[in-house]
Design a protein around this ligand. Structure first.
Ligand code: PLP
Length: 364
């Protein structure tokens, strides 16, 4: 997948000064968390995930600990759900653009996929009428991501309630990737899995908390049978999580208020900076995100720019990196700008560099 080959890790962080390609808050240092692992026993751990960690996650969702399965990141959680619930020919309705795993694993399985296209022209909103038509009597899996990557578009509570109604009425299953849930600027719907036993919510410590290195995510679902199947799948992949990772996650969640408040403040400050920037220029159009830490603007007059040259100049001459539209199977006029990673000054510099590189890649 191009997003992996061209990832900042693959490219080399030393080549990037302004990193606007990330889809998370800046990676945190263990020393910033005040966690001391000295006396930790390095055993296998609970196969469902550390009890106190599951209790903590469950209580935040108004559920009980048996409705939470801890996994190595949201990516593994998504893989577990797809490989458990889908087989060749299974009907799947999945939103596009999307995080690659939400598309690639079902493709590999051979699911019968219909796409719910999220279009700039519709402000990347989910077309509920389209969903209603497509979902009818299909018993399908519906796969959505909110807040959405790469657009940052969110779901209003009443939209989620309508979707839940449709799911239940048509005997479908909703898989909802809520990895960015903690980073919402607008009214946040309740955790989806708390609303119905036909809903599976996925999330992790990676994006909002800036802890992708501990590989801790989770599946939340009220359906006992599916949870047993997910546990069986996890057993085949990794047996348990890393106990060090689980301890760090638990430590973070116990101290969440103190650790996460500064993160949210910075994200909001950066969001305001990005908004000011977008309003003060004429080359790019955007749909302002309602949450997360990414946005997905597009070049207003694509025929006037050589976009390959733009990305080349932006990286090679301005050491600024952003996500390409092609990472999300979208036209090259689109770009993902991650605004959660850098400090405000670097973000502003990176944004100005985008305009400079665009100016130099005009077709005469
Ligand atoms: C929407 C979405 N879901 C899941 C993931 C995977 O996250 P994790 O690091 O928890 O595996 C990502 C990572 O980019 C993502 O953007």
């Amino acid at each position: 997948m191009p997003i992996e080959i061209e990832s900042p890790e693959g490219l080399g962080y030393e080549k990037i000064e302004c990193n606007l390609s990330e889809s998370s808050f800046m990676d945190q240092k263990l020393s910033d968390l005040g966690f001391d692992p000295e006396n930790l026993v390095l055993f296998y751990g609970d196969h469902k995930g550390k009890k106190e960690l599951r209790e903590h996650i469950a209580s935040e969702h108004g559920l009980n600990l048996d409705q939470v399965l801890v996994t190595p990141g949201a990516a593994t959680a998504l893989f577990i759900v797809s490989t458990t619930l889908l087989e060749k020919g299974s009907p799947l309705l999945v939103a596009r653009p999307n995080y690659a795993t939400n598309l690639e694993t079902p493709r590999l399985i051979g699911a019968e996929i219909s796409y719910i296209e999220l279009k700039f022209e519709n402000r990347f909103e989910l077309d509920i009428e389209f969903l209603t038509k497509k979902i009818e009597k299909k018993n399908c899996l519906v796969s959505l991501t909110y807040p959405h990557n790469p657009t940052g578009v969110t779901l209003k509570p009443e939209q989620l309630f309508r979707i839940v109604e449709l799911i239940e009425k048509n005997n479908c299953i909703l898989l909802i990737d809520e990895t960015y849930r903690e980073m919402s600027f607008e009214e946040r719907p309740p955790p989806a899995a708390s609303l119905s036993d036909r809903i599976i919510s996925i999330s992790s410590m990676s994006k909002s908390f800036g802890l992708p290195g501990i590989r801790i995510g989770w599946i939340i679902c009220k359906n006992k049978y599916w949870m047993e199947s997910f546990l069986a799948a996890k057993e085949q992949i990794c047996i348990t999580n890393s106990v060090i990772d689980e301890e760090i996650a638990l430590h973070y969640l116990r101290n969440k208020q103190a650790l996460f408040n500064p993160v949210l403040e910075r994200i909001k400050r950066n969001f305001n900076l990005l908004t000011e920037f977008m309003n003060g220029q004429k080359c790019l159009d955007w749909v302002p995100p309602g949450g997360g830490c990414v946005s997905f603007p597009r070049v207003r007059e694509p025929e006037k720019f050589d976009m390959d040259r733009f990305h080349e100049i932006l990286l090679n001459d301005y050491a600024t990196y952003i996500g390409k539209g092609s990472w999300f199977e979208m036209d090259s006029r689109y770009m993902r700008i991650g605004y959660g990673w850098e400090q405000p000054q670097k973000l502003s510099k990176g944004l100005e560099n985008i305009l400079k590189a665009l100016d130099r890649s005009r077709i005469d």
